[in-house]
Design a protein around this ligand. Sequence first.
Ligand code: NAD
Ligand code: IPM
Ligand code: MN
Length: 360
Amino acid sequence: KKKKKIAIIGGDGIGPSVIAEAKLLLELYQERAGLPIDLWELDLGADRYLRDGTTFPNQIQIAIQRECSAVLLGALGDPRVPNLEHARDILFGMRFGYDLYANVRPVRALSDRLVPLKGRTAKDIDFVVFRENTEGIYVGMGGQFKRGTPDEVAINEDVNTRKGVERIIRAAFDYARANGRTRVTMADKSNAMRHAHELWLRVFHEVRAQYPEIQSNHVYVDALCLYVIQDPGQFQVIVTNNLFGDIVTDLGAALQGGLGMAASANVHASDPARVALFEPVHGSAPPLAGKDIANPFAAMLTAGLLLAHLGWPEEERRIERWVSQALDQGMCTVDVGGTLGTRAAGAWVREQIAAELGPP
Ligand code: NAD
Ligand code: IPM
Ligand code: MN
Protein backbone atom coordinates (compact mmCIF):
# COMPACT_ATOMS: atom_id res chain seq x y z
CA LYS A 1 0.00 0.00 0.00
CA LYS A 2 1.24 3.45 -0.86
CA LYS A 3 2.53 5.53 2.03
CA LYS A 4 0.99 8.88 2.85
CA LYS A 5 3.53 11.64 2.53
CA ILE A 6 3.56 14.46 5.08
CA ALA A 7 5.55 17.65 4.47
CA ILE A 8 6.95 19.21 7.64
CA ILE A 9 7.83 22.88 7.99
CA GLY A 10 9.03 23.98 11.43
CA GLY A 11 9.20 27.63 10.40
CA ASP A 12 10.28 30.43 12.71
CA GLY A 13 10.67 31.21 16.41
CA ILE A 14 9.24 28.42 18.55
CA GLY A 15 7.90 26.68 15.42
CA PRO A 16 10.82 24.26 14.92
CA SER A 17 10.97 23.22 18.58
CA VAL A 18 7.26 22.44 18.94
CA ILE A 19 7.15 20.76 15.54
CA ALA A 20 10.14 18.61 16.55
CA GLU A 21 7.96 17.16 19.34
CA ALA A 22 5.07 16.55 16.96
CA LYS A 23 7.41 14.97 14.42
CA LEU A 24 8.83 12.58 17.03
CA LEU A 25 5.23 11.63 17.80
CA LEU A 26 4.57 10.84 14.13
CA GLU A 27 7.82 8.84 14.01
CA LEU A 28 6.67 6.89 17.05
CA TYR A 29 3.50 5.98 15.16
CA GLN A 30 5.59 4.97 12.16
CA GLU A 31 7.76 2.67 14.24
CA ARG A 32 5.39 1.30 16.87
CA ALA A 33 2.08 1.21 15.06
CA GLY A 34 3.39 0.78 11.54
CA LEU A 35 1.40 3.73 10.23
CA PRO A 36 2.22 4.00 6.52
CA ILE A 37 3.46 7.58 6.53
CA ASP A 38 6.50 9.20 5.02
CA LEU A 39 7.90 12.42 6.52
CA TRP A 40 9.48 15.07 4.30
CA GLU A 41 11.13 17.94 6.14
CA LEU A 42 11.36 21.22 4.25
CA ASP A 43 13.77 24.05 4.95
CA LEU A 44 11.49 27.08 4.62
CA GLY A 45 11.02 30.11 6.84
CA ALA A 46 12.85 33.25 7.88
CA ASP A 47 16.33 31.66 8.08
CA ARG A 48 16.04 30.35 4.54
CA TYR A 49 14.62 33.66 3.29
CA LEU A 50 17.45 35.63 4.86
CA ARG A 51 20.01 33.16 3.50
CA ASP A 52 18.94 33.05 -0.16
CA GLY A 53 15.71 35.01 -0.64
CA THR A 54 13.54 31.88 -0.99
CA THR A 55 10.00 32.13 0.35
CA PHE A 56 7.75 29.43 -1.21
CA PRO A 57 9.07 28.24 -4.57
CA ASN A 58 6.56 27.24 -7.19
CA GLN A 59 8.09 23.77 -7.62
CA ILE A 60 7.71 23.11 -3.88
CA GLN A 61 4.13 24.34 -3.90
CA ILE A 62 3.32 22.01 -6.77
CA ALA A 63 5.29 19.04 -5.41
CA ILE A 64 3.41 19.26 -2.11
CA GLN A 65 0.09 19.39 -3.92
CA ARG A 66 0.96 16.40 -6.12
CA GLU A 67 2.73 14.16 -3.63
CA CYS A 68 1.57 14.97 -0.12
CA SER A 69 -1.53 14.10 1.86
CA ALA A 70 -0.79 16.72 4.48
CA VAL A 71 1.52 19.49 5.63
CA LEU A 72 2.46 20.03 9.28
CA LEU A 73 3.53 23.63 9.85
CA GLY A 74 4.89 25.28 13.02
CA ALA A 75 4.60 29.04 12.67
CA LEU A 76 5.97 31.84 10.54
CA GLY A 77 6.97 35.32 11.60
CA ASP A 78 10.36 36.67 12.55
CA PRO A 79 11.36 40.14 13.74
CA ARG A 80 14.26 40.09 11.23
CA VAL A 81 11.69 40.09 8.39
CA PRO A 82 9.51 43.07 9.32
CA ASN A 83 7.26 42.95 6.24
CA LEU A 84 6.53 39.21 6.80
CA GLU A 85 6.90 38.55 3.09
CA HIS A 86 8.01 34.94 3.55
CA ALA A 87 5.25 34.23 6.07
CA ARG A 88 2.50 35.39 3.74
CA ASP A 89 4.01 33.60 0.72
CA ILE A 90 4.19 30.27 2.56
CA LEU A 91 1.04 30.41 4.69
CA PHE A 92 -1.25 31.98 2.12
CA GLY A 93 0.53 30.03 -0.65
CA MET A 94 -0.96 26.95 0.95
CA ARG A 95 -4.29 28.23 2.33
CA PHE A 96 -5.20 30.07 -0.89
CA GLY A 97 -3.04 28.08 -3.31
CA TYR A 98 -4.56 24.73 -2.29
CA ASP A 99 -8.02 26.28 -1.82
CA LEU A 100 -8.20 25.11 1.80
CA TYR A 101 -11.39 26.97 2.46
CA ALA A 102 -12.20 25.58 5.90
CA ASN A 103 -9.92 26.49 8.79
CA VAL A 104 -11.24 24.11 11.43
CA ARG A 105 -10.28 25.14 14.96
CA PRO A 106 -11.53 22.99 17.84
CA VAL A 107 -11.94 24.90 21.10
CA ARG A 108 -11.84 22.21 23.71
CA ALA A 109 -10.48 22.35 27.24
CA LEU A 110 -8.53 19.25 28.22
CA SER A 111 -8.32 19.89 31.94
CA ASP A 112 -10.60 21.64 34.44
CA ARG A 113 -7.51 23.34 35.78
CA LEU A 114 -7.04 25.29 32.54
CA VAL A 115 -10.52 26.80 32.35
CA PRO A 116 -10.22 30.46 33.37
CA LEU A 117 -13.94 31.08 33.90
CA LYS A 118 -15.36 31.00 37.42
CA GLY A 119 -17.69 28.07 37.97
CA ARG A 120 -16.94 26.38 34.64
CA THR A 121 -15.21 23.08 33.95
CA ALA A 122 -13.63 21.49 30.89
CA LYS A 123 -16.94 19.98 29.78
CA ASP A 124 -18.32 23.51 29.28
CA ILE A 125 -15.64 24.34 26.68
CA ASP A 126 -16.24 22.17 23.64
CA PHE A 127 -17.00 23.82 20.31
CA VAL A 128 -15.45 23.97 16.85
CA VAL A 129 -14.91 27.14 14.86
CA PHE A 130 -15.24 26.96 11.08
CA ARG A 131 -13.23 29.92 9.89
CA GLU A 132 -13.57 30.84 6.20
CA ASN A 133 -9.99 30.66 4.92
CA THR A 134 -9.80 31.86 1.31
CA GLU A 135 -11.70 35.16 1.19
CA GLY A 136 -12.60 38.18 3.28
CA ILE A 137 -10.17 40.86 4.16
CA TYR A 138 -7.26 38.42 3.77
CA VAL A 139 -7.31 38.49 -0.05
CA GLY A 140 -5.07 41.56 -0.03
CA MET A 141 -7.22 43.66 -2.34
CA GLY A 142 -6.92 47.37 -1.87
CA GLY A 143 -4.10 49.83 -1.74
CA GLN A 144 -2.50 52.86 -0.25
CA PHE A 145 -3.18 56.24 -1.78
CA LYS A 146 -1.35 59.54 -1.27
CA ARG A 147 1.08 57.56 0.82
CA GLY A 148 3.00 59.62 3.35
CA THR A 149 0.80 62.70 2.92
CA PRO A 150 -1.75 64.01 5.42
CA ASP A 151 -4.47 62.90 3.00
CA GLU A 152 -3.31 59.29 2.94
CA VAL A 153 -5.95 56.59 2.57
CA ALA A 154 -5.36 52.86 3.14
CA ILE A 155 -7.94 50.33 1.95
CA ASN A 156 -8.35 46.59 2.41
CA GLU A 157 -11.39 45.19 0.66
CA ASP A 158 -13.55 42.52 2.30
CA VAL A 159 -14.26 40.08 -0.52
CA ASN A 160 -17.14 37.64 -0.07
CA THR A 161 -18.40 35.44 -2.89
CA ARG A 162 -21.64 33.52 -3.00
CA LYS A 163 -19.72 30.26 -3.60
CA GLY A 164 -17.19 30.97 -0.88
CA VAL A 165 -19.77 31.87 1.75
CA GLU A 166 -22.01 28.96 0.87
CA ARG A 167 -19.29 26.31 0.99
CA ILE A 168 -18.00 27.29 4.45
CA ILE A 169 -21.49 27.49 5.93
CA ARG A 170 -22.30 24.13 4.36
CA ALA A 171 -19.05 22.67 5.73
CA ALA A 172 -20.09 23.72 9.24
CA PHE A 173 -23.51 22.10 8.91
CA ASP A 174 -22.04 18.94 7.33
CA TYR A 175 -19.57 18.71 10.21
CA ALA A 176 -22.37 19.09 12.75
CA ARG A 177 -24.41 16.41 11.02
CA ALA A 178 -21.48 13.98 10.78
CA ASN A 179 -20.35 14.51 14.36
CA GLY A 180 -23.60 14.44 16.28
CA ARG A 181 -23.58 18.15 17.00
CA THR A 182 -27.02 19.68 17.18
CA ARG A 183 -26.39 23.38 16.84
CA VAL A 184 -24.59 25.74 14.45
CA THR A 185 -24.06 29.44 15.13
CA MET A 186 -23.19 31.88 12.36
CA ALA A 187 -21.45 35.08 13.38
CA ASP A 188 -21.10 38.15 11.21
CA LYS A 189 -21.38 41.90 11.41
CA SER A 190 -24.28 42.36 9.02
CA ASN A 191 -25.60 45.33 10.96
CA ALA A 192 -22.53 47.40 10.03
CA MET A 193 -21.00 45.75 6.95
CA ARG A 194 -24.17 45.77 4.92
CA HIS A 195 -23.22 44.42 1.53
CA ALA A 196 -20.85 41.63 2.43
CA HIS A 197 -22.62 40.40 5.46
CA GLU A 198 -26.12 40.62 4.13
CA LEU A 199 -24.85 37.94 1.75
CA TRP A 200 -23.70 35.84 4.71
CA LEU A 201 -27.05 36.20 6.42
CA ARG A 202 -29.03 35.34 3.29
CA VAL A 203 -26.92 32.29 2.45
CA PHE A 204 -27.06 31.14 6.07
CA HIS A 205 -30.86 31.15 5.98
CA GLU A 206 -30.88 29.21 2.72
CA VAL A 207 -28.42 26.57 3.88
CA ARG A 208 -29.94 26.05 7.33
CA ALA A 209 -33.26 25.16 5.71
CA GLN A 210 -31.53 22.10 4.24
CA TYR A 211 -30.49 20.83 7.69
CA PRO A 212 -33.80 20.76 9.54
CA GLU A 213 -32.51 18.44 12.27
CA ILE A 214 -29.85 20.97 13.30
CA GLN A 215 -30.73 24.01 15.35
CA SER A 216 -29.04 27.16 14.19
CA ASN A 217 -28.83 30.77 15.16
CA HIS A 218 -27.23 34.00 14.02
CA VAL A 219 -25.36 36.37 16.31
CA TYR A 220 -23.36 39.49 15.63
CA VAL A 221 -19.71 38.80 16.23
CA ASP A 222 -19.35 41.37 19.01
CA ALA A 223 -22.15 39.68 20.94
CA LEU A 224 -20.57 36.30 20.18
CA CYS A 225 -17.43 37.40 22.06
CA LEU A 226 -19.62 38.26 25.04
CA TYR A 227 -21.58 34.99 25.02
CA VAL A 228 -18.49 32.83 24.51
CA ILE A 229 -17.23 34.09 27.86
CA GLN A 230 -20.58 34.29 29.68
CA ASP A 231 -21.96 30.94 28.56
CA PRO A 232 -19.51 28.93 26.41
CA GLY A 233 -21.53 25.74 26.81
CA GLN A 234 -24.23 26.97 24.40
CA PHE A 235 -21.83 26.73 21.42
CA GLN A 236 -21.15 23.60 19.40
CA VAL A 237 -20.17 24.76 15.91
CA ILE A 238 -19.45 28.39 15.05
CA VAL A 239 -19.05 29.50 11.44
CA THR A 240 -17.67 32.91 10.54
CA ASN A 241 -15.47 34.81 8.13
CA ASN A 242 -11.70 34.82 7.89
CA LEU A 243 -10.90 37.79 10.13
CA PHE A 244 -13.53 37.12 12.78
CA GLY A 245 -12.50 33.47 12.86
CA ASP A 246 -8.91 34.47 13.50
CA ILE A 247 -9.93 36.69 16.42
CA VAL A 248 -12.57 34.42 17.93
CA THR A 249 -10.16 31.46 17.99
CA ASP A 250 -7.56 33.37 20.01
CA LEU A 251 -10.41 34.17 22.41
CA GLY A 252 -11.26 30.47 22.30
CA ALA A 253 -7.63 29.59 23.00
CA ALA A 254 -7.86 31.56 26.24
CA LEU A 255 -10.70 29.23 27.31
CA GLN A 256 -8.52 26.21 26.51
CA GLY A 257 -5.58 27.31 28.63
CA GLY A 258 -3.78 29.54 26.15
CA LEU A 259 -2.35 29.41 22.66
CA GLY A 260 -0.09 26.55 23.68
CA MET A 261 -3.20 24.34 23.65
CA ALA A 262 -4.99 25.33 20.42
CA ALA A 263 -4.78 23.13 17.30
CA SER A 264 -6.09 23.67 13.78
CA ALA A 265 -6.68 22.03 10.40
CA ASN A 266 -6.98 23.79 7.03
CA VAL A 267 -8.95 21.61 4.63
CA HIS A 268 -10.79 21.62 1.34
CA ALA A 269 -13.76 20.22 3.20
CA SER A 270 -15.72 18.88 0.24
CA ASP A 271 -12.72 16.81 -0.98
CA PRO A 272 -10.67 15.43 1.91
CA ALA A 273 -8.37 13.64 -0.53
CA ARG A 274 -6.73 16.96 -1.34
CA VAL A 275 -3.60 17.99 0.54
CA ALA A 276 -4.49 19.64 3.85
CA LEU A 277 -2.51 21.93 6.14
CA PHE A 278 -2.20 21.40 9.89
CA GLU A 279 -0.80 24.06 12.22
CA PRO A 280 -1.17 25.15 15.81
CA VAL A 281 -3.21 28.34 16.18
CA HIS A 282 -0.28 30.12 17.86
CA GLY A 283 2.45 32.08 16.17
CA SER A 284 6.22 32.01 16.41
CA ALA A 285 6.33 33.66 19.88
CA PRO A 286 9.80 35.16 19.28
CA PRO A 287 10.50 35.93 22.97
CA LEU A 288 10.15 32.22 23.82
CA ALA A 289 12.29 30.90 20.96
CA GLY A 290 15.31 28.75 21.74
CA LYS A 291 14.59 28.49 25.46
CA ASP A 292 12.92 25.08 25.67
CA ILE A 293 9.85 26.63 27.34
CA ALA A 294 7.21 26.75 24.59
CA ASN A 295 4.25 24.42 25.06
CA PRO A 296 4.46 21.59 22.48
CA PHE A 297 0.90 20.35 23.10
CA ALA A 298 -0.82 22.56 20.49
CA ALA A 299 1.56 21.13 17.88
CA MET A 300 1.09 17.56 19.16
CA LEU A 301 -2.71 17.91 19.20
CA THR A 302 -2.41 19.29 15.67
CA ALA A 303 -0.55 16.12 14.69
CA GLY A 304 -3.57 14.31 16.15
CA LEU A 305 -5.93 16.25 13.86
CA LEU A 306 -3.64 15.30 10.98
CA LEU A 307 -3.78 11.60 11.86
CA ALA A 308 -7.58 11.74 12.15
CA HIS A 309 -7.75 13.39 8.74
CA LEU A 310 -5.61 10.63 7.23
CA GLY A 311 -7.98 8.01 8.59
CA TRP A 312 -6.78 7.28 12.13
CA PRO A 313 -9.27 9.10 14.38
CA GLU A 314 -8.57 6.77 17.32
CA GLU A 315 -5.00 8.10 17.41
CA GLU A 316 -6.26 11.66 17.71
CA ARG A 317 -8.30 10.56 20.72
CA ARG A 318 -5.31 8.76 22.19
CA ILE A 319 -3.11 11.86 21.88
CA GLU A 320 -5.81 14.05 23.39
CA ARG A 321 -6.30 11.65 26.28
CA TRP A 322 -2.58 11.60 27.15
CA VAL A 323 -2.21 15.36 26.81
CA SER A 324 -5.13 15.65 29.18
CA GLN A 325 -3.38 13.27 31.60
CA ALA A 326 -0.16 15.27 31.32
CA LEU A 327 -2.06 18.42 32.30
CA ASP A 328 -3.75 16.73 35.26
CA GLN A 329 -0.43 15.33 36.50
CA GLY A 330 1.52 18.56 35.96
CA MET A 331 3.74 16.95 33.30
CA CYS A 332 3.57 20.09 31.19
CA THR A 333 5.16 23.45 30.46
CA VAL A 334 4.93 26.58 32.64
CA ASP A 335 2.24 28.34 30.59
CA VAL A 336 -0.17 25.57 31.63
CA GLY A 337 1.02 25.36 35.23
CA GLY A 338 3.78 22.75 34.96
CA THR A 339 7.54 22.85 35.38
CA LEU A 340 8.76 20.86 32.38
CA GLY A 341 10.51 22.14 29.28
CA THR A 342 9.25 21.72 25.73
CA ARG A 343 11.21 18.50 25.16
CA ALA A 344 10.40 16.86 28.49
CA ALA A 345 6.67 17.57 28.17
CA GLY A 346 6.65 16.16 24.64
CA ALA A 347 8.66 13.13 25.73
CA TRP A 348 6.31 12.35 28.65
CA VAL A 349 3.27 12.17 26.37
CA ARG A 350 5.16 10.06 23.82
CA GLU A 351 6.35 7.63 26.50
CA GLN A 352 2.78 7.01 27.67
CA ILE A 353 1.61 6.48 24.11
CA ALA A 354 4.56 4.17 23.38
CA ALA A 355 3.76 2.09 26.46
CA GLU A 356 0.13 1.84 25.42
CA LEU A 357 0.94 0.89 21.84
CA GLY A 358 3.34 -1.81 23.04
CA PRO A 359 6.33 -3.18 21.13
CA PRO A 360 6.50 -2.81 17.34
P1 NAD B 1 1.98 34.35 19.23
O1 NAD B 1 0.94 33.30 19.07
O2 NAD B 1 3.33 34.01 18.71
O3 NAD B 1 2.09 34.71 20.79
C1 NAD B 1 0.99 35.25 21.54
C2 NAD B 1 1.16 34.90 23.02
O4 NAD B 1 0.99 33.50 23.24
C3 NAD B 1 2.55 35.22 23.56
O5 NAD B 1 2.42 35.62 24.89
C4 NAD B 1 3.25 33.88 23.49
O6 NAD B 1 4.31 33.77 24.42
C5 NAD B 1 2.14 32.90 23.80
N1 NAD B 1 2.35 31.60 23.14
C6 NAD B 1 2.16 31.32 21.83
N2 NAD B 1 2.45 30.04 21.57
C7 NAD B 1 2.84 29.48 22.74
C8 NAD B 1 3.28 28.18 23.10
N3 NAD B 1 3.36 27.18 22.23
N4 NAD B 1 3.62 27.97 24.39
C9 NAD B 1 3.53 28.95 25.30
N5 NAD B 1 3.12 30.21 25.02
C10 NAD B 1 2.78 30.46 23.73
O7 NAD B 1 1.41 35.69 18.56
P2 NAD B 1 2.13 37.09 18.27
O8 NAD B 1 3.08 37.42 19.35
O9 NAD B 1 1.04 38.02 17.98
O10 NAD B 1 2.92 36.86 16.92
C11 NAD B 1 4.30 36.48 16.82
C12 NAD B 1 4.63 36.21 15.35
O11 NAD B 1 3.94 35.03 14.93
C13 NAD B 1 4.17 37.31 14.39
O12 NAD B 1 5.14 37.42 13.38
C14 NAD B 1 2.87 36.78 13.82
O13 NAD B 1 2.58 37.31 12.56
C15 NAD B 1 3.19 35.31 13.74
N6 NAD B 1 2.02 34.40 13.71
C16 NAD B 1 2.11 33.34 12.87
C17 NAD B 1 1.10 32.40 12.84
C18 NAD B 1 1.19 31.24 11.89
O14 NAD B 1 2.22 31.00 11.31
N7 NAD B 1 0.14 30.49 11.67
C19 NAD B 1 0.02 32.52 13.72
C20 NAD B 1 -0.04 33.62 14.59
C21 NAD B 1 0.99 34.56 14.58
C1 IPM C 1 -3.35 32.52 12.32
C2 IPM C 1 -2.46 33.72 12.17
C3 IPM C 1 -2.39 34.21 10.74
C4 IPM C 1 -3.79 34.63 10.34
C5 IPM C 1 -1.39 35.37 10.49
C6 IPM C 1 0.02 34.93 10.81
C7 IPM C 1 -1.46 35.90 9.10
O1 IPM C 1 -2.84 34.73 13.06
O2 IPM C 1 -3.11 31.53 11.63
O3 IPM C 1 -4.26 32.55 13.13
O4 IPM C 1 -4.22 35.76 10.63
O5 IPM C 1 -4.48 33.81 9.74
MN1 MN D 1 -4.35 34.09 14.49
